[in-house]
Design a binder for this molecule. Structure first.
Ligand SMILES: [Zn+2]
Length: 303
């Protein structure tokens, strides 16, 4: 057997084929989101049971398909692009090849980020309508708020906001503490308060979805140009736009978290400590995501 190295793979062709392949997976993922979101919204609207699991099951099935798309992209990347044999052959055209591997890896990472966002969109669409549940509890509270009486002396007691956990109210007349238990619906709200507050400020999430879509389009365009191997100036311009968009996205999401947790503390002050911890956690996670995004964009500059 000859030890002569095999002819180097057609590196450009391989890169092109891989990027086209991932394009198709991305297109399929977008189709799935476009089909699933309205379907889930209809299911949720048609159900008046906030414990209805059907929409969540559909969302889980769709999410599994995203995971399959991501797995396919990763598998082909590993086997055909990053495999040791090919990189050995590629030594002959090292620069082109390393560049190609980076581009293919970056495109695969982009698909991973997309699948995370698609999953969030689908899960959001599958969520029960907590806002209308909350309105029911508020209406129930309005109807009963003037009827609370001291369990000892019968004097009227003032309860100034809805309560979602057991409360004890001191009677101004006899100083006895009376115990009140929340209704089942009110108690259930306590467990979904964070989702409720997010739904109350869904406009921020809609704005972020739209910014994320614009970012996707810029990134898609960047890869299109990159595949055609040219237009460095336009790619630079796209990168600047992506940096700007990421800053808008970051600011909007931080404002969103701030209003969500401000509301939560106002609505359910008994849980303030828990909300402060959750806020710190979510903010930290968001900041990590932003840093990761900025790292990716700054790497795109060098390509
Ligand atoms: Zn009393």
């Amino acid at each position: 057997m000859s030890s002569q190295p095999t002819k180097p793979a057609d590196v450009g062709g391989l890169e092109q084929r891989y990027l086209t392949f991932v394009d198709k997976l991305v297109a399929r993922g977008r189709e799935l989101v476009a089909e699933a979101v309205p379907q889930l919204q209809q299911m949720v609207a048609a159900s008046d049971d906030i414990n209805d699991l059907a929409p969540r099951r559909v969302a889980a099935a769709v999410t599994t398909q995203f995971e399959e798309l991501r797995a396919k992209a990763t598998q082909v990347l590993t086997e055909q692009i990053l495999s040791p044999d090919l990189s050995f052959q590629g030594l002959l055209r090292l620069n082109t090849w390393v560049g190609s591997r980076d581009i293919c890896t970056a495109r695969c990472e982009q698909l991973t980020r997309l699948t995370i966002r698609w999953r969030e969109q689908v899960e959001r669409a599958a969520q029960p309508d907590y806002v209308s549940e909350y309105r029911k509890v508020l209406a129930e509270f309005d109807a009963t708020k003037d009827s609370y009486r001291c369990q000892q002396c019968g004097s009227p007691l003032t309860i100034d906001r809805i309560f979602v956990i057991d409360v004890y109210v001191t009677c101004p007349q006899c100083q006895t503490q009376s115990h009140f238990a929340p209704s089942t619906a009110a108690r259930a709200l306590n467990h979904v308060a964070i989702f409720l507050a997010r739904q109350l400020h869904a406009d921020y999430l809609d704005a972020n979805d739209s910014l994320a879509q614009q970012l996707d389009q810029l990134e898609d365009r960047w890869y299109d140009i990159k595949m055609q191997r040219g237009a460095k100036a336009e790619r630079q311009q796209l990168r600047d736009q992506m940096v700007h968009m990421t800053q808008l996205f970051d600011r909007n999401y931080q404002e969103f978290l701030a209003v969500v947790y401000r509301d939560l503390q106002q609505m359910f002050p008994e849980n303030t400590v828990h909300y402060q911890q959750q806020y710190a956690l979510e903010l930290g996670r968001h900041q990590e995501g932003t840093a990761e995004r900025q790292r990716v964009i700054s790497q795109m500059a060098g390509r």
